[in-house]
Write a protein that binds this ligand. Sequence first.
Ligand code: MG
Length: 265
Amino acid sequence: MTSNPSRTCLALATIVLAWPAGAASQSPTDWAIHDLERPQPPLVTAGTFGTQDAPGKPPSDAIVLFDGTDLSVWKSSKDGGAAGWKVENGYMEIVKGTGSIETKQAFGDIQLHVEFRTPTPPEGESQERGNSGVFPMGRYEVQILDSYENKTYPDGQAAALYGQYPPLVNASRPPGVWQVYDIAFQAPRFDADGQVVSPARATVFHNGVLVQHASELTGPTAHKKRPPYEAHGEKLPISLQDHSNPTRFRNIWVRELQPRPSPSK
Ligand code: MG
């Protein structure tokens, strides 16, 4: 069977993870069962599915963050200047030392699709092989690593919520093969005093396999420590990590999700 990295995860993510604006954001008890007056979910034209040779198309309501041509929606996390990563042949590649990059636009609750390819032949071991990361809100890392026959600490392997949750399984493909993360991220909620009302939550499919199931983050990502939350805005940029390894990316898109009511309300 032809390898098809996007088909399963895109379908799952679209069907399972997305809650549309309007109808689904309201409590079931606000409506009589099967009430025909209840708002219809918005229409979305589904995307198409990619292959190893070519990425698919995003759904119609997605914001495209990288279509293989340029880094115009990204900036340097270090100084806010132009993103320093290389773009060629339909992918972007980390350029060691140029620093992490982040979106110019800020996001809160999202569905995020990211395709990545760790370097081949592989170089380095453990955390030094194909390391990068996807950070919703710039502070909560879904780890990117070459975890194909490359042992490291479980809460730092591919698809870990770094330092907190190992993936449920290791669904990694070999180096040099395109892989997919489909992430549903719910931003943390804070009250007026900066206390956590509800923690950040992340659900992740890795190559179509569920690897994080509404995992509740204990706070922002850090190395060798687990700091507590610090209150922050409702929307912040998404960032990608420069960890000095030339990992590549293609076909990155995001859908903004209607915020759900706080559990305290
Ligand atoms: Mg990383």
